[in-house]
Write a protein that binds this ligand. Structure first.
Ligand SMILES: [Zn+2]
Length: 406
């Protein structure tokens, strides 16, 4: 074992030796025939050191602390010729979490072979060996979904599903907060809110959100029941964090999913204003779903005995999911927790409106085909649930209660 200071000295000596032995290799990571760059939406700007002609060291540091351990990384490797490149990710005091994925320029993300990834120092560092063809490859902790790609998806989805899209506010750095809307046929209707993108690295949540919405609003399988509900959908609530490759926070160093209650941040305040405007026009909050990622596929639900309306939504929805889930095993784990002291979107919704709020969590490493299947199954089961609910006394009650008195 050598100490950290000794190790740093050795690394520095190695850099100096390499650079003096090969004067044509620039010290800057971003220049030369083999380069590491971080200049795209979704990349951070981590300190990079060239430790050899084809070797780099990246210091993976969060935007602020304390913070949940989601050590995101995303960078491009560019080579003028086919070459093997080594990249050391230094996390200390945090630890490696995400197995690296690579897009070799064709838009397809593959996991780097495990044999090419060495986890070191009890996870405080990891070294990746990447065999590159000439050209540019993107390496990241998960698939990179930058702001432009998110805007492209929203535009296409909104057009195909007949949803309107509006800017409902601005992020700390002035980026638009985009929301998708579909108005109910009756003015006083139950309101369903769907959120995503609060935590930038939680890409499996984003993938699930997309597949879920595409199934829910599938234009080839229209469902008049959906028109009885008012829809407010904000897929990308933290555009600054997404743009800058944050681990979790917005640009005010705040976890947005701890701001539902304080509403000190423009991103969360914008959504609340949209909900409140609808409530003041007679609509009734009915359901909130908030898409995230964690270590497994789990639905964090309010307890069944909380007295919310619609009653026992989670139990009915999950039963509907499991009834059509082809397996193997069950679709989602259920984590009934409420945490009234934690100002999350789901808890705020339940506490404020007495309506169910759920966090939909997908595993970081869940197979992408399984994520699509889970999301599609969950959407199909929700359609079925809403069909039943919309002909039930409960929803009729909401509608008649809210009919304007003339
Ligand atoms: Zn999250």
């Amino acid at each position: 074992m050598i100490g950290r200071a000794e190790r740093n000295t050795l690394v520095l000596a190695g850099i100096l030796f390499t650079l003096s032995a090969c004067a044509s290799v620039p010290a800057d990571c971003t220049r030369g025939n083999v380069r590491l760059t971080q200049s795209f939406s979704g990349a951070s700007s981590y300190a990079c050191t060239r430790t050899g002609e084809t070797a780099f060291q990246l210091t993976v540091t969060p935007e602020s602390t304390p913070i949940n351990p989601s050590p995101w990384y995303a960078f491009d490797l560019e080579a003028a010729y086919p070459v093997e490149v080594s990249v050391e990710l230094v996390y200390a005091p945090h630890a490696h979490r995400y197995p690296p994925r690579i897009d070799r320029g064709d838009g397809v993300w593959d996991l780097l072979p495990g044999a090419d990834v060495s986890i070191e120092a009890e996870g405080r560092a990891a070294t990746l060996i990447v065999n590159l063809a000439s050209g540019s490859s993107r390496i990241a902790a998960q698939e990179v979904v930058g702001l432009e790609q998110r805007a492209y998806w929203r535009d296409r989805f909104a057009a195909s599903a007949w949803l309107a899209q509006h800017t409902i506010g601005q992020s700390v750095e002035g980026r638009p907060i985009q929301a998708l809307f579909r108005a109910a046929t009756e003015p006083a209707a139950p309101l369903i809110v769907i959120l995503g993108g609060q935590h930038p690295p939680e890409i499996t949540g984003t993938l699930a959100l997309r597949a879920f919405l595409e199934t829910l609003f599938d234009p080839s399988n229209p469902n008049a029941t959906l028109d009885r509900f008012e829809w407010l959908i904000v897929p990308d609530l933290n555009p600054d964090g997404i743009e800058h490759g944050h681990w979790r926070h917005n640009l005010n160093q705040t976890d947005l999913n701890r701001d539902w209650g304080p509403f000190n941040q423009p991103e969360t305040a914008a959504v609340r204003a949209q909900i409140e405007a609808r409530v003041s026009h007679g609509q009734t909050p009915f359901l909130l779903l908030d898409f995230h990622s964690t270590y497994r596929d789990v639905l964090y639900t309010p307890p069944d005995d909380l007295g919310l309306s619609p009653g026992n939504f989670s139990r009915h929805w999950i039963a509907g999911i499991e009834a059509i889930w082809p397996g193997p095993g069950s679709a989602f784990e259920r984590g009934p927790n409420h945490n009234p002291d934690l100002p999350t979107a789901k808890t705020w919704f339940a506490e404020t409106y007495g309506a169910p709020g759920l966090t939909v969590e997908l595993g970081d490493q869940t197979g992408r085909d399984r994520i699509t299947a889970l999301a599609q199954t969950a959407a199909t089961a929700l359609r079925t649930y809403l069909e039943t609910a919309s002909s039930s006394a409960e929803v009729d009650g909401i509608l008649s209660r809210n009919l304007p008195a003339d």
